[in-house]
Design a protein around this ligand. Structure first.
Ligand code: ZN
Length: 377
């Protein structure tokens, strides 16, 4: 109940009415929960005489909450706006994991709620195992790798070559799997050129999901390894591209400019919400050697992929002398598009939303003894 009065004496009359009514009806006001607020006119100050209820002086406040809103002595809504702002921030923070869940397409992977928890980057093999000629023995079981690294729970996500033996042909891997108490939950998609053997310009592609018992990737891969738990991540939301650099290059170069020689590694996910992106899908392995970027370009099949499309991968601002691939993201969408991300083709309307975990280390696995710089775009 609120009593509103133009003066202290009038307020005392109102309170007296209340006291008599309560007494006549066997009620009692809780004085401890009753407060007094004087609305001020401009910057004037007032000395307020004591106001009592049942003989106890009411505590004088500068603000109180009424019907969910803060009322203050100067009748400003600053406090209320601040409360709304904080409430909104809390709601947004609660929403972030949900957004992450949705845009990451991990709804089928119940045990992933985030990207963090002892986050590290893994680089497997490298382009030298693909070019100039494929080395078919280069296969890596990611679930076993998590075991070798004593990681359980483990969440592994990123860009790599799919397990070609599974479908009998080279493919892109959009890697996304968890291991929990030894049990694999596989959310990885692979995209291959379709029909197999189709010539560049006349081909399409097919995206499919790997079963839980197929946890291999081949040749090369750049993965985030974490516990898949909620935690602090870097969130990047942008609309419209004004420069040449793609989304990931822009982030990597900004970090490099700021941190210089201190190497920063991130792994995570981004969704393209609007616009289109240029992807490549690797056709089957070349029977003739591929020796230059121009030959790689002639070999790859390029497609424009549609939003919404979600990518996973890693970036790092330095090489650490480990022959690292400094950025690598693959993506897929519910509509069936999928492949290796190059850049968006619709700079005016493109919209990106990314979440990245900060890695504390990079694990280099099966580094090629003889390396080259071909095929790293
Ligand atoms: Zn790739």
């Amino acid at each position: 109940m609120v009593l509103l009065s133009p003066s202290i004496s009038a307020l005392k009359v109102l309170l007296n009415v209340c006291e008599r009514y309560a007494e006549a009806h066997g009620l009692r006001y809780n004085v401890k929960k009753s407060e007094l607020l004087v609305f001020k006119s401009g910057s004037k100050t007032y000395s307020t005489p004591p106001v009592t209820l049942n003989g106890t002086e009411l505590e004088k406040m500068t603000k109180f909450k009424y019907l969910g809103h803060w009322v203050t002595e100067n009748l400003s809504d600053d406090v209320d706006l601040e409360r709304e702002r904080r409430a909104l921030a809390v709601r947004c923070n609660m929403l972030a994991p949900l957004v992450l869940h949705r845009c990451f397409h991990v709804s089928q992977i119940e045990n992933v709620t985030g990207l963090t928890g002892d986050a590290k980057l893994i680089e497997l093999g490298g382009p030298p195992y693909l070019l100039p000629l494929v080395q078919r023995d280069k296969l890596y079981d990611l679930a076993k790798l998590a075991g070798y690294l004593h990681r359980d729970p483990a969440f592994i996500a990123g860009a790599g070559a799919g397990p070609w033996p599974y479908i009998g042909v080279n493919c892109e891997g959009i890697i996304n799997l968890t291991v929990s108490n030894g049990t694999v939950n596989q959310g990885t998609r692979i995209t291959s050129v379709e029909p197999v053997g189709a010539a560049k310009g006349n081909s399409g592609y097919l995206t499919r999901r790997l079963p839980n018992n197929e946890t291999r990737s081949a040749l090369l891969g750049n993965y985030l390894l974490s516990e898949g738990k909620p935690g602090k991540v870097l969130k990047v939301v942008v609309k419209k591209r004004i420069g040449e650099a793609n989304f990931i290059t822009a982030i990597r170069e900004a970090l490099k400019n700021h941190y210089g020689d201190k190497v920063v590694g991130l792994g995570g996910t981004f969704v393209v919400r609007a616009g289109r992106v240029k992807h490549h899908v690797m056709p089957d392995f070349s029977a003739t050697p591929i020796c230059s970027d121009a030959e790689v370009d002639a070999w790859l099949h390029y497609f424009e992929m549609r939003a919404p499309i979600t990518h996973v991968g890693t970036l790092v601002t330095g090489d650490h002398g480990l022959d690292l691939r400094v950025q690598h993201f693959h993506g897929w969408g519910e509509h069936g598009d999928g492949g290796h991300y190059h850049y968006d083709t619709t700079p005016d309307v493109v919209e990106y939303e990314g979440y990245f975990a900060l890695a504390t280390a990079v694990v280099r696995v099966d580094r090629p003894a003889h390396t080259h710089a071909v095929g790293r775009d």
